[in-house]
Design a protein around this ligand. Structure first.
Ligand SMILES: Cc1ncc(COP(=O)(O)O)c(C=O)c1O
Length: 371
């Protein structure tokens, strides 16, 4: 079976350092907000090319905390994408924001041209949460121009894009804050939930530390209506010792898999997404598009060849039952392309433990698909 992720193979590789990390935390007698979280935050900041990181409970909280750090108030409009994990929009709603959707571009990212047009029409939009979807970094210079031209506060959703860069600049460095997730399937995944706020601004990082810990600035001094959203010492130690040291090597492997798929998958109805050369993606996923109404056939065919696939995402965010028909958000531009992704996208297996044999199995199966 060719899996979407292979955690058993990962465990084979990391178990020595993972068990040692757990032993160290156990022996320390400190399980919440101690040295492990601090060490991991420093190592992550270094890896991401950013000054500060703050470990939190999960990626969704990282987004909510980031928005609150940037001063989002109840009812503020937040420009965002209709094509992402629902958590992106949920975080906006939970922080009191009002999501405003435009469509996506041909790589599935929020359409920055449409953002500009909308911002020119509506000067009440002050916040934006773009998502570096699938591990493709969106244009950071263009994002920076929007930020400058419209005075935007931007939180980059880097949950799927840790380590990606655009023209040499790492994702997460244009927004005043960024958020990432350590959900186990992510490129840097923990053995449970986790996330982090990233920022070059020390004030943002300080406020994020306060918000993650009941809003206290010091013990029992509550200055904000905070959350309980702390990264555990155990998860921090695992991330630091067992996973982060492999991340570059794992990303290289993902890139090799993507290269092989690009070179060798050749089927008229399997459209591969090809990011331009300025983008250095980290291939969190390998999305392909098949013609309207053909995805089920491809999915079933690959399943019959023992290949597991995913769909990212089968329903766009504004059409989710929690939002549809309610006055909780606004769709400013009909998300035609996002809906096309929802109908046509299929994610092929891409992970650091795929063998050459498995890569060939996927390529052959794709090329032999009879619609
Ligand atoms: C793009 C994106 N944003 C946010 C999240 C939320 O992260 P978490 O599951 O850690 O809350 C995810 C993960 O599912 C994601 O893929």
């Amino acid at each position: 079976m060719v899996l979407q992720n292979d955690f058993k193979r990962q465990w084979e590789l990391v178990q020595g350092s993972a068990l040692e990390a757990v032993r160290r935390v156990g022996a320390s007698g400190r399980y919440i907000l101690g040295q492990e979280v601090e060490s991991f935050e420093a190592a992550l900041a270094d890896f991401c090319g950013i000054r500060h990181t703050v470990g939190v409970g999960n990626g969704m909280d990282a987004l909510e905390i980031s928005l609150r750090c940037l001063g989002l108030k109840q009812g503020d409009k937040v420009l965002t994408t209709p094509l992402s994990a629902f958590a992106t929009t949920l975080a906006i709603l939970r922080s009191g924001g009002f999501p405003v959707f435009v469509d996506v571009d041909e790589l599935g990212a929020i359409d920055l041209g449409q953002c500009r047009q909308l911002l020119e029409r509506d000067n009440s939009i002050r916040f934006m949460v773009p998502v570096h979807l699938y591990g493709f970094p969106m244009s950071l210079p263009e994002l920076g121009r929007l930020q400058q031209d419209f005075g935007l506060s931007i939180v980059e959703d880097c949950a799927q894009a840790i380590g990606a860069s655009y023209a040499g600049a790492p994702v997460g460095t244009v927004g005043q804050a960024a958020a990432t997730s350590f959900y186990p399937t992510k490129n840097l995944g923990a053995m449970g939930d986790g996330g982090a706020v990233l920022s070059n601004d020390a004030t943002v990082a300080e406020k994020a530390k306060t918000l993650r810990d009941y809003g206290q600035s010091s013990h029992y001094a509550h200055v904000e209506i905070g959350l309980n959203s702390r990264l555990d010492e155990i998860q921090a130690a695992l991330l630091h010792d067992a996973f982060l040291p492999y991340l570059s090597q794992w990303t290289d492997h993902r890139r090799r898999v993507a290269c092989a798929y690009h070179d060798q998958i050749d089927h008229p109805n399997i459209q591969l997404l090809r990011p331009p050369s300025e983008m250095n993606p980290i291939w969190h996923l390998f999305p392909v598009r098949c013609g309207e109404g053909k995805r089920d056939s491809l999915l079933r065919h690959l399943r019959s060849c023992d290949i597991m696939t995913g769909i990212h995402y089968p329903r766009i965010i504004p059409d989710q039952v929690a939002l549809a028909g309610k006055a909780l958000s606004h769709t400013a531009v009909d998300p035609t392309i996002a809906r096309r992704f929802a109908n046509e996208e299929l994610s092929l297996p891409i992970h650091p433990f795929l063998t050459d044999q498995e890569i060939s199995t996927v390529i052959d199966a794709c090329n032999k698909w009879k619609e």
